[in-house]
Ligand binder design. Structure first.
Ligand code: SAM
Length: 230
């Protein structure tokens, strides 16, 4: 395999490391991360009841970046178990800092590809999935690296609960079109928007992310919520 490939054939993320971690961050990666990282080494299906005792639902955030949204949702919803996936170690280190500072005991992490987590999740186990400002891969020759693809949606279908929700947000026009086309082509994903403001305005429960604040895209963000109807 080349450096650009993994067992999913193509990487959907860019770099895995940026600036050197601070001493505190390094210590969190060494000491806290092993305690809350998902046990994906074995071939076994994740035991969510053991990982999240007494949680009413499981929510999954894919590519949490600096973790602002994940930390905020976890604090707001202490009765929910959260799984956050992010291969960029600087983001993971920021997330670990928030987990420690805010004592967020309802979060488990995977410092890698979310598709590995989806494979290990039990059938019909996840109530909400967040994909917020995914890597846009704007060049046409890179579109195949975008996370949202027909095969990805099918993998998600196995783990979403009936009436579960997929939230996809982007500020890149061509990714918005791409994601909408792929999701609408799958009859199990029902776009819940009734009027333009439903996708033009942030949903009431949204928390602003770091990437969102940078306003790097070519359009105002669009919020697509899909209800899963198997
Ligand atoms: C543009 S950033 C946005 C981060 C964050 N959601 C925000 O809005 O600030 C996209 C993130 O998705 C992560 N990512 C890309 N592919 C992923 C995958 N297959 N699994 C998990 N994370 C992924 C990248 O590492 C990157 O940090």
């Amino acid at each position: 395999m080349t450096q650009d490939e993994n067992r999913y054939s193509l990487r959907t993320f860019g770099r895995r490391a940026g600036r050197p971690l601070s001493t505190r961050q390094q210590s969190l990666v060494e000491n806290l991360l092993p305690k809350i990282n998902l046990p994906l080494e074995s071939e076994r299906v994740l035991d969510l009841a053991a990982l999240f005792p007494a949680k009413r639902e499981i929510w999954l955030e894919i590519g949490f970046g600096g973790g602002e949204h994940l930390a905020g949702q976890a604090a707001r919803n202490p009765d929910v178990g959260f799984i956050g996936c992010e291969p960029f170690i600087d983001g993971v280190a920021k997330m670990l800092t928030a987990i420690e500072e805010d004592d967020l005991v309802n979060i488990r992490l995977h410092d890698g590809d979310a598709r590995e987590v989806i494979e290990a999740l039990p059938d019909a186990s996840v109530s909400r999935v967040f994909i917020l400002f995914p890597d846009p891969w704007p060049k046409a020759r890179h579109h195949k690296r975008r996370l949202v693809q027909p095969v990805f949606l099918e993998a998600l279908s196995r783990v979403l609960k009936p009436c579960g929700q997929l939230r996809f947000v982007t500020d890149v026009r061509s990714y918005a079109d791409h994601a909408l086309e792929i999701c609408l082509a799958n009859p199990k994903y029902i776009w819940s928007a009734m009027r333009a403001d439903d996708w033009r305005q942030p949903p009431a429960d949204h928390l602003t992310t770091r990437y969102e604040s940078k306003r790097l895209g070519d359009i105002s963000p669009v919020w697509f919520d899909f209800i899963f109807d198997p």
